[in-house]
Write a protein that binds this ligand. Sequence first.
Ligand SMILES: C[S@@+](CC[C@H](N)C(=O)[O-])C[C@H]1O[C@@H](n2cnc3c(N)ncnc32)[C@H](O)[C@@H]1O
Length: 200
Amino acid sequence: MVQNMKITRKLFNMALLTRSFISGIFLSAFLISSSNHATALDLDVPYVESPDEIVEVMMNISDIGPTDYVIDLGTGDGRIVIAAGKRGAKGLGVDLDPELIAVAKANAEKEGVSDKINFVVQDLFDTNLSQATVITLFLNEEVNLKLRSTLLKLKPGTRIVSHNFNMGDWKPDRYQQVLINSNGNFFIHDVFYWEIPPII
Ligand SMILES: C[S@@+](CC[C@H](N)C(=O)[O-])C[C@H]1O[C@@H](n2cnc3c(N)ncnc32)[C@H](O)[C@@H]1O
């Protein structure tokens, strides 16, 4: 009897080990394929979504409305520029990832804003920003700093909103901290807002 129990436990442990091994193989394959996807695209920043509450704060802090043309650099699933479209703004979202651009287009269609918002597969550094009244970002500080000199040449009054990342010593005109509850874990997010100053 004891002998049988020992054998059963041994078999059970072996089954568990095999299951972890197989899961490990699948997880590694997934991670390798996602990172290969990201490397193949040569992304400056990986894909991470802005929580809906943050998107709302970005809309409010920059007072986005029907007269705006919003350009979202690194648009992901398009949620920021789609939220702008729902406030009546026109806009453009760019991303290097064609799969995300396809998702963003489908989302815009679902939300009824595809007549106002365009999405293109394009490098954010090659994007013509001259038409924008608002530029939205969720990138990183290094990319923000690379963009800074281009942004500072835009029309005075153009508004820039960035989730979590600032622009070095270019002090924001507005700033808001937001506490987000993600499945019981609390995270502080920052939203920064700048206006291109008048030419003196
Ligand atoms: C942190 S995610 C932000 C996604 C979305 N804006 C949001 O807030 O939910 C950054 C996005 O930038 C895109 N990206 C990274 N480097 C890029 C580049 N050089 N040109 C265009 N898009 C880029 C990534 O594919 C990713 O979707």
